[in-house]
Ligand binder design. Structure first.
Ligand code: NAD
Length: 492
């Protein structure tokens, strides 16, 4: 389809940094004047440059997506699924090179980057499977000789705006349900981690996908992202990122009454009762905290533990955190954590810990910027003696820092867990069935995990309450967020 010869992603890094081009209407477009430099957060080396797109490039991408959508919607869903499967096959073919890009660009440890890439291919296939299951309804009418059909239709042209923490998977979470339901898409990756999206575009260009169905434009949030959300040709903005940006996007989208789907931040509570298997609880909470260096929206960010097991749990968490190996994942293997994605991210984590200390909390282990000479590394940190009003129990940290608060019972724990601006995920550790059932009734969160780490399944529904978002993703309910209903009354 594209006039540009495809170069395997591996070459992107073997020949030194290159300039990537926007992918618009099935072509890689030359002529960018402004660029963003993309660095490896582990060593500060330059990986490449991507366009910092202006309004004209955004407009070209949206217009291409709108033109393509007319014919795309008319294809049988099973044909659309076929194109998606071509894309997932390309991802599988280049799985190692793609994981390498995620390692270098985001600082993710290689095994997790590989899981992300493989999961992405599976996710695209999962959404493709819905092609034969897109359902409307037939409803009885109050009138004689009338049938009411409720048809499920695509919304139109979608803007997918992405964060940096699962940069590759989140492309699929937006693109796959959008495409199988008959929408077209313009993707704007994060300026921190855009290269994987441009390499993804090269894979798309190698398939038979019609021009304009998928477009990728690079750029910063305040310029390119804002122009995309403001564009009158966008019918739905699906955004994953911070609460502040989500709020701004909603205000901007409101000017055109453009629909929004917002997956925002989290401050996930983990409740540990005296009835819990403490080894299981400590390991699950630990895994949840160090995965992706603590930069995951749904992972445990605050712990509430019953008094009688507080010291034992703290001891187990301390020992686990002190075994954490971290470093540069592009050269070291067998690591639990890489660097934080940016200097700003590192400073945010360090400030959160300093504030907690000033508010009277105690650092049990960690608590410092690492003395490694390169990379944005922070020591895995355990904090006790916190109170509900301490900022570290209320604001998203997004780093390898775990604050633990002692509680008297399950009611206090659930009350504190719910008393939060965030409502994405939560967990409880107990072998008491009644306690688990009580938590499932009373926790006010989009997801609750019982006796396991915080991580969602593609067939579930990932959705935040309160400031954690509007709408959701995954499964049937996430798929239908990319559709709208059309009711047809037929007499005769
Ligand atoms: P961010 O909000 O800083 O940026 C996300 C994206 O929004 C980037 O592509 C950015 O360029 C763009 N953007 C910024 N300003 C914009 C504007 N005015 N208009 C349009 N686009 C704009 O978030 P981040 O730092 O990249 O990601 C981390 C955040 O994402 C954390 O808060 C995390 O909890 C959240 N997150 C949530 C989920 C979820 O499923 N709920 C998943 C992953 C990450």
């Amino acid at each position: 389809m594209s006039t540009n010869a495809f170069r395997p992603p591996a070459n992107k890094f073997s020949g030194g940094p290159i300039d990537y081009r926007n992918f618009i209407d099935g072509r890689f477009v030359d002529g960018a004047t402004d660029y963003i430099e993309v660095m490896n957060p582990a060593d500060g080396s330059l990986l490449g440059r991507v366009p910092d797109s202006g309004a004209a490039a955004v407009d070209a991408a949206v217009q291409a997506a709108r033109r393509a959508q007319v014919a795309w919607e008319k294809r049988p869903a099973i044909e659309r699924a076929g194109f998606l499967r071509q894309i997932s096959a390309k991802v599988r073919t280049h799985r190692l090179e793609l994981a390498d890009i995620v390692v270098k660009e985001q600082g993710k440890v290689r095994p997790l980057a590989q899981i992300e890439v493989d999961f992405t291919a599976d996710y695209i296939d999962y959404m493709a499977e819905w092609a034969r299951r897109l359902e409307g309804e037939v409803i009885t009418s109050d009138r004689p000789n009338e049938t009411i059909f409720l048809l499920r239709k695509p919304i139109g042209t979608v803007a997918g705006i992405l964060p940096w923490n699962f940069p590759f998977f989140l492309i699929a979470r937006k693109l796959a349900p959008a495409l199988v339901t008959g929408n077209t898409i313009v993707i704007k990756p994060s300026e921190e981690t855009p290269i994987n999206a441009f390499v993804f575009a090269e894979l798309v260009a190698e398939t038979d996908l019609p021009p304009g169905v998928v477009n990728v434009v690079g750029g910063r949030g305040a310029g390119t992202g804002q122009a995309l959300v403001e564009h009158k040709g966008i019918d739905l903005v699906t955004f994953t990122g911070s609460v502040g940006t989500g709020s701004r996007i909603m205000q901007t989208a409101g000017q055109n009454l453009t629909r929004v789907n917002l997956e925002l931040g989290g401050k996930a509570p983990a409740i540990v009762l005296a009835s819990a298997d403490l080894d299981l609880a400590a390991k699950a909470i630990y895994d949840s905290r160090v995965i992706n260096t603590g930069q995951v929206c749904n992972c445990a960010e605050r712990v509430y533990v019953e008094r009688s097991v507080h010291d034992a749990l703290v001891d187990k968490l301390k020992r686990l955190l002190e075994t954490t190996r971290y470093g540069d994942p592009s050269v070291e293997t067998d690591l639990h954590m890489g660097p934080l994605v940016s200097r700003a991210g590192l400073e945010k984590v360090a400030q959160a810990v300093e504030r907690a200390k000033a508010e009277g909390a105690s650092v049990v282990t960690g608590g410092r910027v690492s003395d490694k000479s390169v990379g944005h590394h922070y020591e895995p940190t355990l904090i006790t003696g916190v109170r509900a009003d301490h900022d570290i129990m209320r604001s998203e940290i997004f780093g390898p820092v775990l604050p633990v608060q002692m509680v008297e019972d399950i009611d206090e724990a659930i009350g504190l867990a719910n008393d939060s601006d965030y409502g994405l995920t939560s967990s409880i550790f107990t072998n008491d069935l009644n306690a688990a059932l009580k938590a499932s009734r009373e926790l006010k969160f989009g997801e609750t995990y019982v006796n396991r780490e915080h991580f969602e399944a593609m067939q579930g529904f990932h959705a935040g309450r309160r400031k954690s978002g509007i709408g959701g993703a995954d499964g049937k309910h996430g798929l239908y967020e990319f559709t709208e209903t059309h009711v047809v009354y037929i007499q005769g």
